[in-house]
Design a protein around this ligand. Sequence first.
Ligand code: IPD
Ligand code: CA
Ligand code: CA
Length: 254
Amino acid sequence: MITKTIEIAKEAGSLIREGFGNKISIEFKTDAANLVTNIDKAAEKVITDFIKKEFPTHSIIAEESGNCSKSSEYTWVIDPIDGTTNFAHGLPIFSVSIGIQKNNETIIGVIYDVMRHVIYSAEKGAGTFENDKKINVSNNSKLAESVLVTGFAYDRKDGYKEAIKLFGAFLPKTRAVRRLGSAAIDFCYVASGVFDGFWEANLSPWDVCAGMLIVEEAGGKLTDFTNRPINIFSNQFLATNGKVHDEMIEIMNS
Ligand code: IPD
Ligand code: CA
Ligand code: CA
């Protein structure tokens, strides 16, 4: 199943690459900060058409078309473009994210970094790969030498205040803090050791399903901001190399 998942992620990725930098149509989902483009919808259709044809009994949770519940123990969790704002503004940092759950446990995660032509993939118990190379989280245990990444949810009410507070708390205690605009890519960069930790609140299942397994299989650790276990429907996500986890939790709760 993973080979087919990688193939369909690449197919959706080609369509997205062709659309990148060309005239696209943009709609607002809730307000001017929350976008969807014709390319998000077309890429999602490529993936869901494939699932309906190849695995007609499987359930689907997809960002742009919603839930399609079937009796199967398998559920595909899909974000056709993670990083739509980047995509729509010509910033080449966005990805296709596809997770597959069996009985509510993620067994496959595939994220395609479209413009870098890099596939991050993980299968439960079999490690994480960046294209064909096995990857692992970083070995760094010093927060002061860490590079972290975060994201800000679309909620403009109060959520962002907490996000800014945490950003400010980590900035003086780390080497750097980044904000890339694709949570899926943030997870991949933790898995490959580029970043030592990633945190974000209010993400959706399609933002995190593949990425969480990709981090876990690369040897990383995942909890909420108070160190409790999480799943794809949780509200807070902290993904680290495991070695800076406790120090990050301490700062988040001080
Ligand atoms: C968004 C990206 C972004 C994160 C937002 C997500 P989208 O997904 O992952 O990095 O900060 O919270 O909603 O809307 O581009 O698929
Ligand atoms: Ca997303
Ligand atoms: Ca999306």
